[in-house]
Design a protein around this ligand. Structure first.
Ligand SMILES: Cc1cc2nc3c(=O)[nH]c(=O)nc-3n(C[C@H](O)[C@H](O)[C@H](O)COP(=O)(O)O)c2cc1C
Length: 233
């Protein structure tokens, strides 16, 4: 059975909601062992990150999806310390040809999240891993678009999530990002099954109309959540 691990840092829980959505999407495929591994500041000692159990899990994983909040235009310092612990597997090319993906979350609409994803992709390249793009079309880029669209932030290198500073993790405002993350998890699992087991794979291309229909379902779900919350209040 192929293993997909989502490894993330999330002091306040927003990035975790993306990680959990990616894991949920990956679990939608059969015969994929999906794991979540949390990086925390407690695993740091004198500036160096270490956690033998997490490194062991990553060593046996076939795909690793990396996620961190964007802090001052790059991945959080704690997550960067974890990436630096990749130096040991780097030396032995231990992660070579594992699949890789990435995601980040921030408060501003843009917030320089692209730089964090670039950082993760460069790290994956240093580890000689194979990077997986988002695979969806552009959301919220036309007059009929919505903030609840799939890929509403128009990111293809990895998944971006955004939540306003005064909103809790999982707020409806980020609904489209969570749907995008779930779809990305399924894509990662499907490509992992293809890569590891040579399982049959059909490229899922969508016409503009089909993709807008997929987004319309996300918009409807977000609106239903908003109405439910209003009803409960
Ligand atoms: C030290 C610090 C730096 C931050 N820098 C950025 C930034 O560069 N861009 C941005 O949009 N948000 C920035 N933020 C907001 C965080 O990205 C946001 O709170 C984070 O994604 C929450 O993730 P979490 O809930 O998973 O911890 C910053 C927050 C902190 C605490």
């Amino acid at each position: 059975m192929a293993t997909v691990t989502v490894v993330y840092h999330s002091p306040n829980g927003h990035t975790r909601t993306l990680a959990e959505s990616i894991a949920r999407g990956a679990k939608s495929l059969p015969d994929i062992d999906v794991r979540l591994a949390e990086i925390t500041g407690h695993q740091l000692h004198e500036g160096r990150w270490s956690d033998a159990a997490i490194m062991e899990l990553l060593k046996k994983s076939d795909a690793i999806v990396f996620g961190a909040p964007t802090y001052m235009g790059s991945v959080s310092a704690v997550f960067k310390a974890f990436l630096e612990a990749g130096f040991h597997p780097f030396l032995g090319q231990e992660w070579k040809d594992k699949l890789a993906g990435g995601f980040t979350h921030s408060a501003s609409q843009n917030g320089d999240k692209l730089f964090s994803l670039q950082q993760l992709a460069v790290f994956a390249a240093q580890m000689n891993m194979q990077w997986i793009s988002v695979g969806d079309a552009a959301g919220n880029n036309w007059t009929g678009g919505s903030v609840y669209d799939v890929n509403r932030l128009g990111s293809w290198l990895g998944v971006m999530g955004q939540t306003n500073v005064d909103e809790e993790p999982g707020a409806v405002s980020a609904h489209g990002d969570l749907v995008t993350a779930e779809r990305y998890g399924a894509r990662v699992a499907e490509l992992t099954a293809r890569w590891i087991h040579g399982r049959d794979y059909t490229v899922q291309r969508h016409t503009l109309e089909e993709f807008r229909e997929i987004s319309a379902r996300s918009v409807a779900d977000a609106k239903a959540r908003t109405e439910q919350a209003a009803g409960a209040a």
